[in-house]
Design a protein around this ligand. Sequence first.
Ligand SMILES: Cc1cc2nc3c(=O)[nH]c(=O)nc-3n(C[C@H](O)[C@H](O)[C@H](O)COP(=O)(O)OP(=O)(O)OC[C@H]3O[C@@H](n4cnc5c(N)ncnc54)[C@H](O)[C@@H]3O)c2cc1C
Length: 374
Amino acid sequence: MDFDLNEQERMVQSAARDFAMKEVMPRAADIDRTAEFPLDLAREMGRMGYLGLAYPHSYGGAGAGYLGYALVIEQICQASMTVGAIVAVSILSEECLYRYGTEEQKSRYLVPLLKGDMLGCFCFTEPATGSDPKAVTTRARSEGGEYVIEGQKNFISVSPVADIATVFAKDDTGRVSVFIVPARSPQFEIREACQTLGLRGMGTSVVYLDGIRVPEENLLSPQGRGFDIMLEAISMERIGVSAQGVGVGQAALDMSIEYAKHRDAYGKPITEFATIQWLIAEMASRIEAGRWLTYRTASLRDQGQDVKHESSVSKLFCSQMAVEVTRMAMQVHGSYGTIGSMAIERLYRDAKMTEVYVGVSEIQRVIIAKNLVR
Ligand SMILES: Cc1cc2nc3c(=O)[nH]c(=O)nc-3n(C[C@H](O)[C@H](O)[C@H](O)COP(=O)(O)OP(=O)(O)OC[C@H]3O[C@@H](n4cnc5c(N)ncnc54)[C@H](O)[C@@H]3O)c2cc1C
């Protein structure tokens, strides 16, 4: 067992840290306040290879593996969880295409996505479902060599700026299939922005597919196996969400230590109170546990293993950890932590999002327990 990052992984980590501190940190509060998608940063991350980290050079990826993907997200999330999450969600459409696309689909869609020349979004959630794939009502009707897709999708990140969408819809057999859909079309209608508590600026929106037509070759095979394709893709993003939890937790810890060193009560820095030391120690140990759980899950995937179970374990732990750690950080900051101009307040709101998106914690527990008792 080797718990050390190699030289290349350290370089990836350090370059991401530089980018996060220089380019992302000065923008973080503004992205949260305005909730505007930072398109220029997304394009820059594309140029840097951050939108294709996990995939091989042969398809235009950065060849850094799933561990490289986790390392970069962790660093960027220490500056802004929204910007790190843009990297994380990019993997959803990419994993679908990489694992299930034909060579033609890969060269038309995967290569530009990995190079950052295109942005993709992933359209699964609907008004009646975020957790139950059987409840999907979006329909894809076969008609003269094309599919006509109609239905509403909710909470779709990146959708207002996406070039393509990976859409889950029931085909004529009544089973869920996956389609590659052009997102810059009047029939791919962005209805409204979702004003979420945290992760603001992700472009998360309600989308209406208004009878949009796609050729038959835009179907991802195997037909009718949308649920399996979704599970494969989403387990990769669960690695990304785990890394988000670690990043946001680390940022909260660093801010708490800095704050506590300079805040006096009863004539001494609050770092001298056992209660504050207890909080700092709890935060540090939980973050470290989440970090290695995340790295291990990513490394297993790099070795070619199926990580549906491990990524659920890691996402469940890291999202709970992020919520607890940012809550403790708020406590270290006292009333000042609750003020909008203090970054810790944003971290607290962002951390909560990790427990609900990419599958709520309850669903992670169902996956984990079913797997263990099977
Ligand atoms: C910022 C953000 C970005 C998002 N981006 C995307 C995206 O890009 N693409 C996309 O498709 N979706 C996206 N989503 C949607 C998100 O993944 C879903 O909202 C999420 O999976 C939860 O679904 P739901 O809200 O419908 O919860 P529901 O399924 O309605 O669940 C509500 C609650 O019911 C309970 N529950 C539900 N099912 C079970 C069960 N089986 N066992 C026990 N308890 C249960 C849980 O307590 C759960 O919290 C995003 C959401 C947010 C907030």
